[in-house]
Design a binder for this molecule. Structure first.
Ligand SMILES: Cc1cc2nc3c(=O)[nH]c(=O)nc-3n(C[C@H](O)[C@H](O)[C@H](O)COP(=O)(O)OP(=O)(O)OC[C@H]3O[C@@H](n4cnc5c(N)ncnc54)[C@H](O)[C@@H]3O)c2cc1C
Length: 395
């Protein structure tokens, strides 16, 4: 391959889709990934309805259909009461979401970039990106390469992005997850527990459909940092309590240690572009600050970044002022939902309010469906920001 037109740093969902779309547009693209596929990535493995649409338009509908699609959502209040929501069936072949282990999803997305013509180099950790006379120089372990444009998709740590002085937005949430084997419940049951210690964060049990579950806890850094909350302990205690209560996890055994990392949820404080640079996915602060969903925004932002990168190459204009249009498009697409999610989080920030919400959901199936749809990422959080509905939920 001649020297690339674009180097993409990081082959997570954002980077792989950016590389795929650039390759499809006929651009010479080099995708650099520090890990070697298949690699694990701490995640709940939940791919929402919108995420499945992205996979479908990238030719992966049939592949995704091989993974389990939970049908019932159980929401457990801090006081232990719970409600089960079973959304109505969608059109044939459609579902509300699937659990797809990231070990498989990310490898498949990287492969789809390669199939489109991108060159993938694994086991290459990018150390820094430097400016040179007519472009950028990407310096990695054992490799230095120049290109007119770089897309940074280096995930939540955003090491390379931040080293360039680009604000990635502070981390507002943190999440850890563990795989367990020996799940007793129906494969279709998705559980969300609003545990008192981490409200408005929550602990989830996502079935993988083969007797394994992905169990994890997500909380807000205000609690973990200021309150000294240890999220790994919260998760371990949750699993132990479930086992002691002879519940769903009674006969489960861990398949590895809990793993996690902070989540970037502040696109409003990120700057996802600079001269010759675009930032996508977690490094651009795109995670939903209520649910922690980040796979779909990462994939979408990868697609959008590819479009702006291809246009920049076409016009030969790589200035920050030209690439600012990419930042504006990300803001239009993701900021309203992030703001609504943050507002809802405030509304539901005490155990008492969440107890009330679950009680309301038990009594009123329409409201239960509206809230459940937001929790699983089927509907935007904006859809429940209606004064009357909020009043109904919280009173
Ligand atoms: C515990 C937990 C649970 C979560 N659950 C869910 C969920 O159920 N559903 C959901 O939608 N979201 C979930 N998220 C969020 C989701 O994981 C992220 O939003 C998503 O992975 C973002 O994709 P990305 O491509 O931006 O970054 P990543 O997936 O992190 O990919 C970044 C890639 O860049 C590579 N990289 C980083 N630095 C370098 C470097 N210097 N050189 C080369 N390569 C580099 C990394 O190895 C990685 O492969 C969860 C997050 C956590 C922590």
């Amino acid at each position: 391959m001649r020297s690339p037109d674009v180097v993409v740093v990081g082959a997570g969902p954002a980077g792989s889709l950016a590389a795929r779309h650039l390759a499809l547009a006929g651009v010479r693209v080099l995708l650099l990934e520090r890990a070697t596929f298949p690699r694990d990535k701490p995640c709940g493995d939940g791919v929402s309805y919108a995420g499945l649409k992205v996979l479908a338009r990238n030719g992966l509908e049939e592949w995704a259909a091989g993974f389990t699609a939970p049908e019932v959502l159980r929401v457990v209040a801090p006081n232990g009461e719970y409600v089960e929501v079973r959304p109505p069936a969608l059109a044939p072949g459609e579902c509300y979401g699937r659990t797809i282990p990231r070990r498989l999803l990310d490898a498949r997305l990287a492969q789809s970039a390669v199939e489109a013509g991108a060159r993938l180099q694994e086991g290459v950790r990018v150390r820094r990106v430097e400016r040179e006379a007519a472009g950028l120089r990407v310096v990695a372990d054992g490799l230095t390469v120049s290109a007119p444009l770089v897309i940074l998709a280096d995930g939540s740590l955003a090491t390379v992005t931040r080293r360039l002085g680009l604000p990635a937005g502070e981390t507002e949430m943190v999440a850890v997850r563990q795989y367990l084997a020996g799940d007793d419940a129906l494969a279709g049951l998705l559980e969300l527990h609003f545990q008192r210690a981490i409200v408005p964060g929550y602990t989830w049990i996502f079935p993988l459909g083969d007797g394994r579950v992905n169990v994890g806890s997500g909380a807000f850094t205000a609690q973990t940092r200021a309150g000294g909350l240890n999220l790994r302990e919260v998760l371990s205690r949750f699993i132990a309590d479930q086992q002691a209560a002879a519940g769903r996890l009674a006969r489960t055994r861990p398949l590895g240690p809990p793993r996690g990392h902070p989540l970037r949820t502040r696109l409003d404080r990120a700057r996802p572009y600079a001269d010759r640079l675009l930032v996508a996915g977690d490094a651009a602060g795109l995670v939903n600050p209520l649910t922690g969903e980040g796979i779909t925004p990462a994939m979408e932002s990868g697609e959008i970044a590819a479009r702006y990168a291809a246009a920049a190459l076409e016009s030969g204009t790589f200035s920050a002022s030209a690439l600012a249009a990419y930042g504006r498009e990300l803001r239009r697409r993701f900021l309203p939902d992030q703001r609504a999610a943050r507002f809802l989080r405030l509304c539901l920030s005490s155990p008492g309010l969440l107890d009330r919400m679950v009680r309301r959901m038990q009594r009123d199936s329409d409201t239960a469906l509206e809230i459940g749809s937001v929790i699983i990422g089927y509907r935007s959080p904006r859809t429940i920001l209606r004064p009357l509905l909020l009043w109904r939920i919280l009173t």
